[in-house]
Design a protein around this ligand. Structure first.
Ligand code: PHE
Length: 502
């Protein structure tokens, strides 16, 4: 067959892989999620569940993802299929989760890019919240019905970020993904360091740091704090999304897998800590300037980036520069993560249909771009983003992680993967690693059922039930069904789908 001899692309070496993997890991989760999650969940005391989650679940699962991808040398569905023919559905499930995440990650990326420009033009004026919701997003009130009116100012940058990302992806694994990360990541680190160090000199910075780090030990008795720690680790390291399986499948045969995993894991957490310091120093300044407590201004996510930061920037002497550094960092961090999300989809389809990368990139990317514009270039974008994020990004990921781990553990495949890691890696894994994976499976079940029961009985954030049922539960179930159907589709090259590796 024409394509079956086509060789799988590879990273030029371990460095290229590590920088791309860090590019995927370091994203919005580090900058706008970690600081507030830490603050809300016990401050300095949160470091304990966080470190436990990192060492006993995050890094072990990162190794597991690497082992699956590297041993079977395929995107998520092909790797799972080669692992066991019954496992292919897991791979497609992950692919579909990435389809949804990609569609909305692009939106936030587009906003961040717009705000980098707004920092210079000062477009948000002195009421950043009003500007963001009403002038920029032209957001409607969801309780008054859904409106799908187009918002031009959001759509342009959204299309632009899609095209940039697709351009990079079309260039391939080494020339596109690794190359772009090797340019963007160092710039990101420098910009971010300047930002964090200067934030420490702001009046009130220590007040912010006190608020972030003062430990509240009693929080450790609260299970939701532990769930938050595991959730943060899974999201932040991009594990169980199929991303690390895909990237590891592009590593050469004799690569040090666990050694690289340790570098990626610790680099990601260091960036997180840095972001915590910078963000809370800035919030301390904001609170001091307004004569308020840090608790009154502390926020995460959209509120932090698009409400609090513009307010802080307004009050600073070199606000424009700080704005460009902050939103530029957000843009670069999100871009490299976004690329990794889309690569999971591209790689899966390339394997199944044996098509060339450039063609697949646009076959996948353009329709997704279209959906992303239709759904989020409109006035209902924000609530939809919120609901999709909770269901797909939390329930979807935790569920697929749980089910795939049960399958792997109960089929006694862990030793196989452990041996694979040990063949080429510097840091050896053994009983303790397997134990961590088994314990993690239990933790995932707990996360799934406790949070599921809560949302099921209480609804989600006061959104109308039909909205949560359609975009939340409805979406989650359809993804699973669609994943199963995709796994039933015939492989273009059956022989390839059975081989254990190339
Ligand atoms: N790890 C990325 C972050 O910290 C987010 C991400 C998660 C990106 C999963 C892709 C997939 O922001």
């Amino acid at each position: 067959m024409e394509h079956s001899t086509q060789k799988r692309e590879t990273f030029s070496g371990r460095r290229a892989f590590i920088i791309a993997a860090i590019g995927s890991a370091v994203g919005l989760g580090n900058i706008w999620r970690f600081p507030y999650t830490t603050y809300e969940n016990g401050g300095g005391a949160f470091i304990i569940p966080y470190l436990i989650a990192l060492l006993t679940s995050g890094i072990p699962l990162l190794f597991l993802d690497y082992a699956i991808g590297h041993r079977h040398r395929g995107g998520a569905p092909l790797s799972y299929r080669r692992f066991s023919p019954h496992f292919e559905t897991f791979g497609w499930w992950q692919v579909l989760v990435n389809v949804i995440i990609g569609i909305y990650y692009a939106v936030v990326l587009g906003w961040a890019a717009s705000y980098t420009y707004f920092s210079i033009s000062g477009a948000w004026g002195d009421k950043p919240i009003d500007f963001f919701l009403h002038e920029f997003l032209k957001m409607g009130d969801i309780t008054q019905g859904v409106s799908f009116e187009f918002v031009g100012v959001v759509t342009g940058p959204l299309i632009a970020v899609w095209l940039v990302a697709l351009g990079i992806l079309a260039l391939g694994v080494q020339k596109g993904i690794a190359k772009s990360s090797s340019i963007l990541m160092p710039i990101l680190v420098v910009m971010f360091m300047v930002l964090v160090v200067s934030s420490l000199f702001l009046p009130g910075a220590t007040k912010g740091l006190d608020a972030l780090f003062t430990p509240n030990w009693s929080k450790l008795a609260d299970p939701s704090v532990w769930i938050a720690a595991y959730g943060q680790i899974f999201f932040s390291l991009s594990i169980c999304f199929g991303i690390m399986i895909t990237y590891a499948s592009y590593l050469k045969k004799d690569s040090d897998l666990t050694g690289s995993g340790l570098v990626v894991g610790f680099a990601n957490s260091s960036f997180e800590l840095l972001a915590g310091i910078g963000v809370f120093a800035a919030l301390g300044f904001m609170a001091t300037a307004a004569g308020q407590e840090v608790s009154e201004v502390a926020k995460g996510g959209i509120g932090l980036a698009f409400f609090a930061f513009p307010t802080i920037i307004n009050q600073l002497p070199f606000g424009e520069i700080v704005g460009v550094l902050f939103f530029g960092s957000l843009t670069f961090a999100a871009l490299t993560s976004f690329i990794s999300v889309i690569e999971v989809i591209i790689s899966a389809i390339q394997d199944k249909l044996r098509m060339r990368r450039v063609k697949v990139t646009f076959i996948v990317g353009l329709p997704m771009m279209f959906v992303s514009v239709i759904l989020f270039g409109t006035t209902t974008g924000l609530p939809m983003l919120d609901v999709l994020d909770k269901f797909v990004n939390y329930f979807g990921i935790v569920a697929v992680a749980f089910v795939s781990l049960v399958a792997i553990v109960s089929n006694e495949k862990l030793t196989l993967l452990g041996n694979h890691l040990n063949e080429t890696s510097s840091f050896k894994v053994g009983f303790f690693w397997r134990l961590c994976i088994v314990l993690t499976t239990g933790i995932l079940a707990f996360m799934l059922f406790s949070e599921g029961a809560k949302v099921f009985s209480e609804g989600y954030e006061g959104y109308p039930a039909w909205f949560v049922n359609t975009f939340g539960w409805g979406m989650s179930v359809s993804l699973l069904v669609a994943a199963f159907l995709l796994s039933r589709l015939k492989w273009k090259d059956e022989e390839l789908a059975h081989k254990k590796g190339e």
